[in-house]
Design a protein. Structure first.
Length: 256
């Protein structure tokens, strides 16, 4: 179902049941999976893969060359995961050769209006980016993360699984999994307990994470002292291990 005013390059590959709206432009080396709906006035540049059952609303721009002075025209790409929704005026740029070569939106993501994903960013599954969220380059976001509107995230920042970032925040440092962060510059405000409960985490897991959070962030220990105390006093369930390993592997530093 391709509207008469749409322009689809012969080098693009469209599976069955793809809909292309009026005045949209699909360039060469684009793959669009079955059941995907492309709205009007959408531009999809080369080297973009869109998995099945996605929705892309009007005026979105996907796969434009990265806004990077180091980019020299190398072949890089964008991948949109199955079942994702990309709303009006969202922009997603290709990766760079020096940054891994791919910008990737995970499965069942929801990118609201005017969101921007710069080069070499990656999101996990079921991530929500509210209106005007801006991701600078090389950002990694885990699974089930929710980011509020008008949030700016610095280059190379990581955001862990099940984190919640409040609106109008600025994130210059990594945000651990399972927590709430907000503010300019962002600070932590405890565990994302509501989100964890809604996602089916048990009371034991939430209690262990709460104890870990308190030891690391609330009682004035150095980071090394806190990590040793967590290892000695908290049950080493997978979620606690992930929390601690995320902090230990941080290169930009941790939001505190």
């Amino acid at each position: 179902m391709i509207h008469a005013t749409a322009i689809v390059d012969p080098g693009a590959e469209l599976e069955d049941n793809v809909e292309i709206g009026p005045y949209s432009i699909i360039k060469d080396n684009v793959f669009i999976g079955s059941g995907t709906v492309i709205g009007p006035h959408v531009v999809i540049d080369p080297y973009v893969t869109i998995e099945p059952d996605c929705q892309i609303f009007q005026y979105a721009s996907i796969g434009a060359v990265p806004q990077s002075i180091k980019f020299e025209g190398e072949k890089t790409c964008v991948k949109i995961g199955r079942g994702s929704v990309i709303r009006e005026f969202a922009t997603i740029n290709r990766g760079t050769g020096s940054g891994g070569g791919i910008t990737e939106v995970g499965k069942k993501n929801f990118l609201m209006a005017y969101t921007h994903m710069a080069h070499d960013c990656r999101t996990g599954q079921e991530v929500v980016l509210a209106n005007n969220t801006t991701l600078a380059g090389h950002i990694t976001i885990g699974d089930h993360v929710i980011i509020g509107g008008l949030v700016a995230v610095h280059q190379f920042v990581r955001i862990g699984d099940y984190a919640f970032v409040g609106g109008k925040s600025a994130l210059p440092k990594d945000v651990p999994p399972y927590v709430i962060a907000s503010g300019d510059r962002a600070r932590l405000h405890g565990l994302n307990k509501v989100g964890l409960k809604r996602s089916g985490f048990s009371q034991n897991v939430i209690f262990s994470l709460k104890k870990t959070y308190r030891i690391i962030f609330r009682i004035g220990l150095t980071l090394n002292e806190a990590i040793e105390r967590v290892a000695a006093e908290v049950e080493q369930i997978p979620e606690v291990v992930k929390f601690v390993e995320f902090i230990k592997s941080s290169e930009r530093g941790i939001t505190r």
